[in-house]
Write a protein that binds this ligand. Structure first.
Ligand SMILES: Nc1ncnc2c1ncn2[C@@H]1O[C@H](COP(=O)(O)OP(=O)(O)OP(=O)(O)O)[C@@H](O)[C@H]1O
Length: 224
């Protein structure tokens, strides 16, 4: 269970105005560890997450997850990979407004074709693991920003992904919640043994991470 990027280049733009957002980025991410992606706005953190998460195919280079180069997969295979092996957690949680905390997790299982009846007890346990045992039936508008992020984390990990990709998890919550969420991401990564990559500006997340990849030195910004 590892993630490797080898000489990954991504360009954006059209025709002669294409610019390299990532240029020859090479990095390795280990299981059970949290890696922080840091760098100024526009340095390519979200782009790297998109490439690692099989949401964006790079112009060149290889992205290897568990030994498979995912840049070579077809659309259907990439969709299956995203569903079965990758968990995503974004800045605002992206929860479904009509569903309770438990239902957010069950919906993820349902989309993946799992029998949801067998997953209810597991969903309760997963929410307890992020400190939400008293919030099982709350909908997103009945939860605080920090609680919504905890649900998003529990949902991202619910189906046992090999890779957890997290974009600015603490940007929309207060300092106390941010520290708690940073700790939970570390704790859950250890427990699941997944590879976790977090794009962040938050010093608390950066100092808690096992490794730090500075995009300023990893990504090119000139013309491709
Ligand atoms: N779809 C797109 N088309 C063209 N350019 C894009 C596209 N997406 C991103 N870019 C450009 O790529 C560069 C890197 O963007 P990216 O979102 O990866 O940076 P980031 O480090 O995550 O920034 P932030 O910290 O603000 O989220 C930026 O210059 C951005 O304008």
């Amino acid at each position: 269970m590892t993630l490797s990027l080898s000489a990954v280049t991504v360009t954006r733009g059209h025709g002669g105005t294409r610019t390299a957002v990532l240029r020859d980025v090479t990095a390795r991410f280990a299981p059970g560890e949290v890696s922080a992606l840091v760098g100024p706005s526009g340095s390519g953190k979200s782009t790297l997450l998109a490439v690692a998460g099989a949401l964006l195919v790079p112009d060149s280079g290889a992205v290897t997850l568990d030994g498979d180069d995912i840049t070579r997969l077809g659309d259907a295979e990439r969709a299956r990979l995203r569903r079965d092996r990758i968990g995503y957690m974004f800045q605002t949680g992206n929860l479904l407004s009509a569903l309770t905390a438990t239902e957010q997790l069950l919906a993820a299982a349902h989309v993946a074709g799992k029998r949801t009846r067998r997953h209810r007890a597991r969903a309760t346990a997963a929410l307890a693991e992020v400190g939400l045992e008293d919030r099982l039936k709350h909908r997103p508008d009945q939860l605080s920003g920090g609680e919504r992020q905890r649900v998003a984390l529990a949902r991202a990990l619910f189906l046992g992904p090999h890779l957890l990709l997290v974009d600015e998890p603490t940007a929309a919550v207060d300092r106390t919640q941010a520290d708690a969420i940073a700790r939970l991401i570390i704790d859950r990564t250890r427990a699941h043994g997944c590879v976790t990559v977090v794009a962040t500006h938050d010093p608390a997340v950066i100092s808690a991470a096992d490794t730090v990849l500075d995009m300023d030195s990893a990504a090119g910004t000139g013309a491709a």
